[in-house]
Design a binder for this molecule. Structure first.
Ligand SMILES: [Zn+2]
Length: 318
């Protein structure tokens, strides 16, 4: 803590840090003054309009409004004055020592020796780099690198002006941290996406439950289950037409069998198991669906097979 140390014994960094803290407390007062002054200006305008009988905004000047804003301004000014009083000993100490080097940085801009630099504007917002208060100018210029203002530091060596800067505003640091966070989140998202992704080892097209190409593991399994389910109920359905048509040998059968083959191969590749294991998983789910959703005699007759498959698949997992 610098609070217990006499001002004369404190370093420029210690003194400027306290000054900076006092400066940063000015913002709410300055904001209050700005917004209340604007409101007062509007009230004056409306009062003029009322005098001329041309306003529809008389509500702006309702009783006590003006006084309220005037009080806000007066209180903020008093707050600022109190802060400035607290700043005085630090300024006095700075002057008593004949001053010291200070560095200021503009967001997205240069590092300057003072806030009075001719390259800046009255509206320029400076961040005070108090870490460098009282440090050698050469050290500051070296840290500023490419950001060193050549008006403030005319003797900055050309090679130093090519160096990457090590001086940033708080906003810039926050933005950098934000970029890094986003990049890390993207890596995580990509990893999750990759974890869900599926591909057939030789590039054959894996299909979902609607027969469309898919690239995720979950839909690949659903695709295989639905294709297998088709091969369970379609033969009976087609035979029921009574016109001698059969499921066997149809394009539909070829397509379904193909989906089951390609998808279970891709699933086995993805999961590091064999195709038979995946086929048993697909059959278990397809038969369960057949029984639950169709409940026909053929479906119900498969209950024992389902039971056996469940046991088999469970044993494999263990
Ligand atoms: Zn400058």
């Amino acid at each position: 803590m610098t609070g217990t140390k006499a001002l004369q014994d404190q370093s420029p960094v210690e003194i400027d840090e306290q000054l900076y803290e006092l400066y940063s407390k000015q913002a709410p007062f300055l904001n209050d003054i700005a917004s209340a002054s604007k409101a007062l200006k509007r009230i004056d305008e409306v009062e003029l309009e009322i005098a001329k009988g041309v306003t529809r905004n008389a509500w702006v000047v309702r009783d006590g409004n003006k006084e309220r804003y005037e009080t806000i301004v007066a209180e903020a000014k008093a707050g600022l004055a109190a802060l400035r009083e607290l700043e005085t000993p630090f300024h006095d100490e700075f002057n008593a020592r004949g001053g010291w080097t200070r560095a200021y940085v503009v967001s997205g801009g240069h590092v300057h020796k003072s806030m009075g630099c001719s390259t800046c504007f009255p509206t320029t917002r400076f961040s005070w780099v108090t870490d460098f208060s009282g440090h050698d100018e050469a050290e500051i210029v070296d840290a500023a690198g490419e950001r060193a203002c050549t008006v403030c530091y005319p003797s900055a060596p050309v090679d130093v002006l090519k160096k990457a800067t090590r001086i940033f505003t708080e906003d810039e640091r926050a933005a950098q941290a934000d970029r890094e966070k986003r990049a890390a989140e993207k890596v995580e998202r990509d990893a999750k996406k990759a974890a869900k992704a599926i591909e057939h080892p030789t590039g054959e097209v894996v299909r979902d439950g609607y027969g469309y190409p898919t690239k995720t593991e979950v839909t690949a399994q659903t695709g295989a289950v639905d294709a297998y389910l088709n091969s369970l109920y379609r033969p009976t359905q087609i035979a029921g037409w009574g016109d001698g048509s059969t499921y066997a040998g149809t394009d539909e059968q070829i397509k379904n069998d193909e989906i089951v083959r390609v998808n279970t191969e891709a699933l086995a590749f993805k999961r590091g198991t064999d195709v038979d294991t995946q086929l048993d998983i697909v059959r278990e789910k397809a038969i369960a669906k057949f029984i639950k959703e169709f409940g026909t005699d053929e479906a119900l007759a498969m209950k024992d097979e389902l039971k056996a498959l469940r046991a088999k698949n469970k044993a494999r997992q263990a």
